[in-house]
Structure formats: structure tokens, C-alpha cells
Design a protein around this ligand. Structure first.
Ligand code: SF4
Length: 408
């Protein structure tokens, strides 16, 4: 089981962001937040067994503090939370414990070391760009110098794994500009890079500026080159591509995110957090005051939805096709009793013909060794999108869903 803790506070809202968080400016994290989290955690510790009866599935293999800006918390408070998790749940011996951080709240070696001592072993740094002007357009409150200082602090503290988040396809960004950011980012020594294409979220100041013509996005031709050439640059730097937006050096794949893509159970704590345990999904309100009121009144059980088998199957397809490993054809037939290739025959043939997908045999779990096979010999095969296919994955997945819907 995975545990996610949502920290819905940031110093200031960024211009592109649609995640649930509130700007604190110079105020501290509200005093009710941590006691509320401890109450929620204690409640789940006594109820998880009813929902996930297998003890082996209740074992926590990854804890992820995400947000928002979890590095605004004090390291000692993070340590108390992790101790409470260890008291209330069975943690795997080598549990991955990730903290999302922004450069402005992780700028000294002492602070990084305090988080390391509190039990964090994986650090995920929200860098987004190394260009001053791009950071300004995004409304980030750090500059390239703060990134450099944070990277130094992270290396000095000795985390087991270090991820850097970057964004490409920004307004006014050129292909060479993006490749230069990526090259310089590699020199800062991360073991993992998440390179996200910019999504313009309706209602954000950045989307507004683009709609009003104050900023211009790069063309589709340029963004396609950004993805494919970025992919080649990272491969040359020793990173392997294991998910649409994620690249890792050997041994540094993010266990937490892989768990989501493999449909493992996850428990989400905090305002706006979502949990999925077996076939049931729970969602806490995206409203700090309402969440706190529920925690203080002991009304912990969030809104509940039982997932129909068709949703689980669609999620299997959607999440698997995000990964370089792709969709296991046998997992698909186990999930819904249907043959994926038969059901989507004409679309699959078109995708294979156009080089947007391949059929591959995976030798062992996740090692990526592959042999191309014919359409007919598909017993234990995986259907996998190529990098070119990943670029249009949303379109491919909607067309697959339409075929799957017609075949039900
Ligand atoms: S720091 Fe992260 S979560 Fe907070 S507003 Fe910026 S992008 Fe969103």
C-alpha cells in the first residue's frame, strides 16, 4: 500500500497551477493542520484492515508528502508524522519516503539534513526551469541561484534519491532553450527527472495571458521536437524513460508513482487527498476549513464511491499505457474477460503500422527487454506506445475507450 499526505499550502500561488493549495505568503502553516492529520491517520489505522483484508497488501512500501509545498513544514513535525505512521501501520523495511520541496524552502544544508534525519530518503525538487524569465512567467518565487543552492544542500544531506521537476512547452520557450535547461539540469546531479509538458489550466493567470495574446505558446512542431529531442538527450545522459514524463537512472524509478500506474492500493491523507483501497475510492474535501471541521468532529470517513469493474478496466488501460512497459494483454483479459487485440483490432493495426505502438514481450517484471512479435502471437505480450505514440496518448486512449465501450 502507498500512503500520500497532501500539504495544501504554498508561499504564493504559481501562475500555471491548478493543484489544491492556498497561499500563506509569510504566515505559518495553520496550527490545526498537523493535529488534524494525526487524527485522520489514527482513524485509518483501525479501518484499513476492513477494506484491505490481506495483511501483505496493508504493508506500506512508499510514503509521499506532496502538495502544495511540504518543505514549508518543520522537519521535526515531519518526523512526528512519520513516527505516527510507523506506530500505526506496518512499514516495509526499505520504505521509500519522498518529500516535495521548493528551492526557496530547502536552501540550506542544515534544513535538508534535518529532513533527512526526520526520515525522508527521497527528495523531489520543484525546479520547473533554470531560466530567470521562464520562472518569472510561471510566477515561481525562486531563481536559478536558489535552485543551485538547494541542489548543493540536497547532495550534502545525502538523500538516497533526488528528483527534479521541470516543465517544457512554456510560452516564448524555444527548442534550444528547453534543451539547454535540460542539459544544465543534468549537471546539477539528479537521479530522476520528471519533465512535464505545460498544461494550460483554465482559470489560471497563465492561461488567461495566453488566451488574451499577451504570451505565445510554441508551435506543435516545436513541442514535438522538445519531447523527442529531450528524450534523446536524457537517454544520452544515462536516464531511461519509464513513463510519459519520467526518466530515471538505474535503481531510481519512483516506487510511489509506479505504484499508482500499477493500480496498487493507496491511502491519501489531508484536505483534497484521494484514496483507493480495492474497489472503493474515497475523497476528502478540497477545502481546508471543511476538512479540519470533519477531523475535529471525528467525522473522518470521506466521500465514498464504489468503482464499477468498467472503471477499473479503463484505468488499467490508461495507466499502463502511460508507462514504457505498456499494457499486459493477459492482465487486460483477467480484468474484463475480453481480448484486447480482437476488441481494438483496426485501431491497434493502424497504431502499429504508423509506428505509434509496438507489441513487445517483457522478459521479467519491469526490466524492459523486448522482442517484437506478430499480432497473432500475443499470449503474454504487452501493448506499448512508442515515444511518438506517447505524444498523442490522450487521443489514442479516448479512441480505445470508444472501441472498448462498443465491445462491452
Ligand atoms: S508551488 Fe507547486 S503546488 Fe504551489 S502553487 Fe506553485 S506549482 Fe502549485
Amino acid at each position: 500500500m502507498l500512503v500520500y499526505i497532501h500539504v495544501p499550502f504554498c508561499r504564493k500561488r504559481c501562475a500555471y497551477c491548478a493543484f489544491y493549495s492556498s497561499a500563506l505568503h509569510n504566515r505559518p502553516v495553520p496550527s490545526g493542520y498537523l493535529p488534524g492529520l494525526h487524527r485522520e491517520l489514527a482513524w485509518w489505522s483501525t479501518h484499513v484492515a476492513d477494506l484491505v483484508p490481506e495483511p501483505s497488501d496493508q504493508r506500506v512500501t512508499s510514503i509521499f508528502l506532496g502538495g502544495g509545498t511540504p518543505s514549508l513544514l518543520e522537519p521535526a513535525d515531519v518526523g512526528c508524522l512519520l513516527d505516527a505512521l510507523a506506530r500505526n501501520f506496518s512499514l516495509a523495511e526499505n520504505v521509500e519516503v519522498t518529500l516535495e520541496a521548493n528551492p526557496d524552502s530547502l536552501h540550506t544544508k542544515e534544513r535538508a539534513l534535518d529532513f533527512r534525519r526526520a526520515g525522508i530518503n527521497r527528495l523531489s525538487l520543484g525546479v520547473q526551469s533554470l531560466e530567470k524569465e521562464e520562472l518569472r512567467i510561471m510566477g515561481r518565487i525562486h531563481g536559478p541561484e536558489e535552485v543551485r543552492q538547494a541542489c548543493e544542500a540536497i547532495h550534502a544531506a545525502g538523500f538516497c534519491s533526488f528528483n527534479m521537476d521541470l516543465i517544457w512547452g512554456l510560452p516564448e520557450q524555444s527548442l534550444n532553450g528547453w534543451l539547454s535547461v535540460l542539459q544544465r539540469a543534468c549537471r546539477l546531479g539528479p537521479d530522476h527527472i520528471s519533465a512535464y509538458s505545460l498544461t494550460l489550466e483554465e482559470g489560471t493567470p497563465l492561461a488567461e495571458a495566453v488566451v488574451r495574446g499577451r504570451l505565445e505558446l510554441p508551435s506543435e512542431e516545436v513541442t514535438t521536437a522538445m519531447f523527442l529531442e529531450g528524450h534523446a538527450l536524457l537517454a544520452a545522459e544515462g536516464f531511461s524513460h519509464y513513463e510519459i514524463s519520467n526518466y530515471a537512472r538505474q535503481g531510481h524509478v519512483c516506487r510511489h508513482n509506479m505504484g499508482y500506474w500499477q493500480q496498487q492500493d493507496y491511502l491519501g491523507l489531508g484536505p483534497g487527498a484521494v484514496s483507493t483501497l480495492k474497489d472503493v475510492r474515497f475523497a476528502q474535501p478540497e477545502d481546508y476549513s471543511l476538512w479540519l471541521e470533519h477531523m475535529e468532529q471525528g467525522a473522518i470517513l470521506p466521500e465514498t464511491e464504489v468503482l464499477p469493474p468498467s472503471t477499473k478496466t479503463e484505468e488499467l488501460v490508461m495507466l499502463s499505457l502511460r508507462t514504457a512497459r505498456g499494457l499486459s494483454l493477459s492482465s487486460y483479459s483477467q480484468a474484463c474477460g475480453r481480448d484486447f487485440l480482437e476488441e481494438n483490432r483496426s485501431l491497434v493495426q493502424a497504431l502499429l503500422r504508423d509506428g505509434l505502438a509496438v507489441l513487445v514481450r517483457q522478459d521479467t517484471e519491469g526490466d524492459g527487454n523486448t522482442d517484437k512479435k506478430s499480432l497473432r502471437n500475443s499470449g503474454s505480450m504487452h501493448f506499448t506506445l512508442t515515444p511518438e505514440g506517447m505524444l498523442v496518448s490522450n487521443d489514442i486512449i479516448s479512441r480505445l475507450f470508444a472501441d472498448m465501450g462498443a465491445g462491452k
